[in-house]
Design a protein around this ligand. Structure first.
Ligand SMILES: [Zn+2]
Length: 193
């Protein structure tokens, strides 16, 4: 899949939002890619999952693991295309962990899949879950690469498109300085919360 085609898919589905957003990383932004808007269409999710799976198939993972909620749909589609298991990690009391009887076996090779990679905080926490179980992180994959400086993961990283959207610390945000109210993406009805 060509990166331009991926971004065109987002535009056609109205998944590139304009406004004043507080990202989960704490940074502010004037645009937001709402992956759920694209992934609500199973055919689009499957196409993106197959394309991402093709980039990481050489790693031959036996399990794909994603942080909830954002990574679940794309992670599942990647696992389907790879023929591997799929697990998701979820946050409880601020800590990301495997629940519901999900287990990464010792020596198992995993791939961590996200919808969008920005700071990589959730990704690193998910990698740590795999390593704490004495599994191996073979690669990280994301639909969209929005990595900020310092977001190096130390493992192979594959994405379908690199997107440069400006983000700011709240103290340096021009939209804050202009007095525009800031919202959490997806916090309005119709978003993904
Ligand atoms: Zn702001």
């Amino acid at each position: 899949v060509d990166p331009a085609d991926v971004l065109d898919l987002f535009r056609r589905h109205g998944a590139l939002l304009e406004g004043h957003f507080r990202l989960s990383s704490g940074l502010h932004a004037g645009q937001y890619l709402q992956c759920a808007v694209v992934l609500q269409h199973p055919a689009a999710a499957a196409a993106l999952g197959s394309a991402l799976a093709a980039r990481i198939a050489a790693v031959r993972p036996s399990v794909v693991i994603s942080p909830a909620l954002g990574g679940i749909i794309i992670g599942h589609e990647v696992a389907r295309a790879l023929g591997s298991r799929f697990l998701f990690a979820e946050r409880q009391d601020g800590v990301l962990s495997l629940r519901r009887g999900f287990v990464v076996e010792a020596g198992e090779r995993a791939v961590v899949v996200e919808d969008v990679l920005t700071t990589g905080t959730s990704t690193r926490e998910t990698m740590q879950i795999v390593r704490a179980a004495r599994g191996e992180v073979g690669a990280v994959g994301a639909i969209i690469d929005r990595r900020v400086a310092g977001a190096d993961l130390g493992v192979r990283f594959e994405s379908l498109a690199r997107v440069e959207l400006p983000t700011w610390e709240p103290s340096a945000c021009p939209l804050c300085q202009a007095g525009l109210p800031v919202v959490k993406p997806g916090s309005r009805p119709g978003g993904d919360g």
